[in-house]
Design a protein around this ligand. Structure first.
Ligand code: FAD
Length: 309
């Protein structure tokens, strides 16, 4: 019996363990190669069992809804732990505090808060990811960020041990967090501002997104972080790159900081467009754009920085 079969017996029913799984199914860019091993745990305990049985040298990458993740085209030499659609329990642990597991969608968090008339996280409704991804990316919009609401996080280490940390252990910044190298199983989000119009605010933010972003297309949101005092999208537009295409990868003609997969784009074509936009912005504005998206592949995963093949 090999390691895979032995482990399969220990997991709750509903957990999924697959070899050579095509990762294009799990990224909103709809491209990328196959992962050597793909695990979709049913419960937090399944994650512990899984991690306890894997050697320290295996590279592990966690995945939410893949709305900020680019998988390279070749074999993705990593074990993927995909939290969605499971690990999606949530409850109000106190009147003003929502506990949610890492697989709860951002939009569900926004709607639950609005239902109880708590304000501030309405922006999450427009972010097509889950809580674990949002915590790692310090997701934000319209001047708000998720970590302003985190009071504590439930984490797991490489050996499968679970514990709780105060949010003070982490230093969030623009689309990044600094802190212990642990993965998120869940978080407690604490609110302090009552509002009566959360649901309408969510509706109007979603309407605005539809007008300004290619929301129905295969993208990973903003490719680059905005540099100090400027907008990456505006700069790329001013370089004349809106609509520019390499194969099926295209710089969106609605919002130049988005790259759209118009059908069969490869990760390589997307990376070439990223490289081109970066070079042109550097040439015209003398600014080095930093990527917001995470690349997963043999070049190293969980980086905020894209490394080119
Ligand atoms: C149309 C569109 C609009 C967007 N708009 C915004 C926006 O307004 N603001 C914004 O901030 N982002 C935006 N994004 C980007 C993206 O949705 C966010 O970054 C989101 O938080 C990513 O969530 P995810 O679950 O898809 O993460 P994934 O892409 O699955 O993962 C992102 C990173 O988090 C890590 N990760 C995932 N889960 C865990 C976990 N449980 N523990 C530890 N690490 C984990 C992954 O390894 C990866 O490094 C947009 C994307 C799209 C497609």
């Amino acid at each position: 019996m090999n390691l895979l079969d032995k482990n399969k017996e220990q997991f709750s029913s509903g957990s999924v363990l697959l070899e050579n799984e095509p990762m294009s199914k799990y990224s909103t860019w709809r491209c990328g190669g196959r992962a050597k091993l793909f695990f979709q745990p049913k419960t937090k305990n399944d994650v512990s069992i899984f991690l306890k049985s894997y050697s320290e040298c295996d590279q592990i990458t966690w995945l939410g809804l893949g709305s900020n993740t680019l998988f390279i085209d070749d074999v993705v030499d990593a074990t993927i732990i995909a939290t969605s659609p499971n690990l999606s329990e949530f409850h109000w642990s106190a009147q003003d505090t929502l506990y949610a597991e890492c697989g709860v969608t951002c939009s569900r968090v926004a709607k639950e808060a609005a239902k109880k008339c708590w304000g501030g996280l309405e922006f999450l409704a427009g972010i097509p990811g889950v809580l674990g991804g949002a915590l790692t990316m310090n997701a934000g919009a319209h001047g708000s960020e998720i970590w302003s609401f985190v009071s504590a996080v439930e984490v797991i280490d490489r050996k499968g041990t679970q514990f709780v940390l105060n949010s003070k252990e982490y230093s969030p910044s623009y689309r990044c967090i600094d802190g212990p190298e642990l993965w998120f199983l869940g978080a407690w989000l604490k609110f302090n501002q009552k509002v009566s119009n959360g649901t309408e605010k969510i509706r109007s933010l979603l309407e605005k997104r539809k007008l300004t972003q290619p929301t129905g297309s295969s993208t990973c949101g903003s490719v680059f972080k905005n540099p100090d005092g400027g907008y990456a999208g505006r700069m790329i537009d001013e370089c004349g790159l809106k609509g520019y295409r390499i194969g099926d990868a295209q710089i969106s003609d609605i919002h130049a900081n988005f790259i759209v997969n118009r059908g069969n784009a490869s990760a390589y074509q997307i990376l070439e467009l990223i490289k081109l936009a970066r070079e042109e912005v550097k040439r015209k504005f003398h600014i080095e754009l930093q990527t917001e998206i995470c690349q997963v592949g043999t070049e190293g995963s969980q980086n905020c920085e894209v490394k080119y093949p």
